[in-house]
Write a new protein. Structure first.
Ligand code: NAD
Length: 506
């Protein structure tokens, strides 16, 4: 049997490196200092971006603040906002290929995946457009004969949007259209690793007719750009997706101004496999869950908890499927799993694996660099690790690589205890043909999303987010939209004059 399925390098005419600039008050702004992004699979420069500093960040926040205060967007009707969001959705679909290629070049993810992420993002924009027209508050007509109470919703104000490198265009689309639908103005800072698709989004926003200054973009690093966007007094809210460590820094930094903070952070997401499960389907979903985006995924199903009676058979199924997954050149349309985002991250993944082996774990598959003819050395083998104990770092921490950890259980109580024995609580899953088992699990699992007999299905309508150190607040769905709104109560006297508090002299 072959060890792995590898797609070697294909011939490809690279576009010239993308030149990224900041977008401030509707103008593209270059900077003297720039930074390069080198493709993880090819080792070649694929973009050159303006490097933001304190001054340019200040200008972007000022533009967002002033634009918000003019009311050009914050007081526009839902119909006007929705019309622009729908145009953006159409433009995304018309530009899928260009954006997807750049996303693949910068992130190392397979082109087929980039295409579906970029194309799929249009649906988030369309859903957000529907919310722009249907948001409402409530009225209270039972407060007494001469009183009427109305609760209205206002845009929260200026929002900083800080995004990671693993799903740059998709995560931007989980935040930006919802903030815009609410009437907010924004400053976006994409990851320095994958800045270009956010700039391309800026181009589409201009083409769609979004007024200048509503969406501003600053390219650059966490320090100083991200940090300034989290502390600035004129920013009313920060919505951040990234690591738990940086999420904590943002919470600290934002505390001086008590701005609202929404965080989507890491996970160590378990799937429980029961003996009565459809094991073919479960094994396929586990294989997908761990290797999708090379495991560089907040929702990666990086640990499975398998009933001991089926553990050996189940691991054999996953190993057999893992050998068939097509790793290799991200530009090959047939490839399913691409490159690791940076060489430092590749080393970090390998350290987790080697430490686990040194501590007594067993490699059922992989555990080493993957050689792909004609490409860089930033590939890692599909890796399955057994004989893992719950206290090992590899069972508790986010590895963010193509590495599956196998734990076993005897009773459902034991399985649920293992699921919940984590600092994280992003998502969890169960595989069983018994609806009672699934429902009990869904009630007891500490996670923002519970999947039963599936993994990583999501919809714009369904809120997404984590509990414990996986984050705070929710994204997408009506709950995610509400995060960008403030609630204001209007208390109105009708008709009669108010009974006087001060007695008259007479
Ligand atoms: P990261 O935390 O290193 O960086 C995320 C963003 O924060 C980048 O734009 C970065 O420049 C910026 N940043 C860095 N330091 C900052 C600071 N001090 N202040 C403000 N901003 C700062 O994360 P990453 O490596 O880009 O992404 C991987 C992480 O993201 C993983 O932990 C993953 O689980 C998490 N993630 C979570 C979700 C989710 O929805 N829960 C989704 C995707 C990724």
């Amino acid at each position: 049997m072959k060890d792995f399925t590898i797609n070697t390098a294909i011939e490809y005419d690279l576009p010239t490196p993308f030149q990224g600039r900041h977008l401030i008050a509707g103008e593209w702004v270059a900077s003297a200092e720039t930074f390069d992004r080198v493709s993880p699979s090819l080792g070649k420069v694929v973009s050159v971006s303006a490097k933001g500093d304190e001054a340019v960040t200040e200008r972007a926040v000022t533009a967002a603040r002033q634009t918000f205060d003019t009311g050009v967007w914050s007081r526009a009707s839902g119909k006007e906002r929705a019309t622009i969001l729908l145009k953006v959705a159409d433009l995304i679909e018309a530009n899928v290929e260009r954006i997807a290629v750049q996303e693949t070049l910068e992130s190392g993810k397979p082109i087929s995946q980039s295409r579906s992420e970029v194309g799929g993002a249009a649906d988030l924009w369309r859903y957000a457009a529907s919310l722009a027209r249907t948001t409402s508050g409530d009225s209270h007509n039972t407060l007494g004969e001469d009183m009427l109470g109305v609760v209205v919703k206002d845009p929260i104000g200026v929002v900083s949007i800080i995004t990671p490198w693993n799903f740059p265009f998709w995560i931007l689309s989980q935040k930006l259209p919802f903030a815009l639908a609410a009437g907010c103005t924004v400053v976006v800072k994409p990851s320095e690793v994958t800045p270009s698709s956010t700039v391309m989004m800026g181009e589409l926003l201009i083409e769609a007719g979004l007024p200048a200054g509503v969406c501003n973009i600053v390219l650059g690093h966490g320090q100083p750009v991200g940090s300034r966007l989290s502390t600035h007094k004129d920013v009313d809210m920060v919505t951040f997706t990234g690591s738990t460590a940086v999420g904590k820094l943002i919470t600290q930094g934002s505390s001086h101004t008590l701005k609202k903070v929404a965080l989507e952070l890491g996970g160590k997401n378990p799937q429980v496999i029961c003996p009565d499960a459809d094991l073919d389907s479960a094994a396929d979903a586990v294989t997908f869950g761990v290797y999708f985006n090379v495991g560089q995924c907040c929702n990666s199903s990086s640990r499975i908890i398998v009933h001991e009676s089926i553990a050996k058979d189940f691991v054999a199924r996953v190993v057999a499927l893992s050998r068939k997954v097509k790793f290799g050149d991200p530009l090959d349309p047939e490839t399913q799993v691409g490159a690791i985002v940076t060489s430092e991250h590749n080393v970090k993944i390998d350290c987790y694996v080697q430490d686990a082996v040194a501590d007594g774990a067993t490699l059922a598959l992989g555990g080493d660099a993957l050689a792909v003819t004609g490409l860089s050395d930033q590939f890692y083998q599909p890796t399955v690790i057994t004989d893992v104990t719950p206290d090992m770092a590899i069972a508790r921490e986010e590895v963010f690589g193509p590495v599956l950890v196998v734990l076993t259980y005897k009773t459902m109580d034991e399985a649920i205890a293992l699921v919940n024995d984590s600092d994280y609580g992003l998502s969890a899953g169960i595989w069983s043909e018994n609806v009672h088992t699934c429902l009990e699990f869904a009630r007891r699992a500490e996670a923002g999303t519970v999947w039963t007999n599936t993994w990583m299905d999501g919809f714009p309508e369904l809120a997404f987010g984590g509990v414990k150190q996986s984050g705070q607040g929710r994204e997408i769905g009506s709950y995610g939209f509400e995060e960008f709104l403030e609630v204001k109560s209007l208390v109105m006297r009708i008709g009669r004059s108010r009974p006087p508090w001060v007695q008259s002299d007479a």
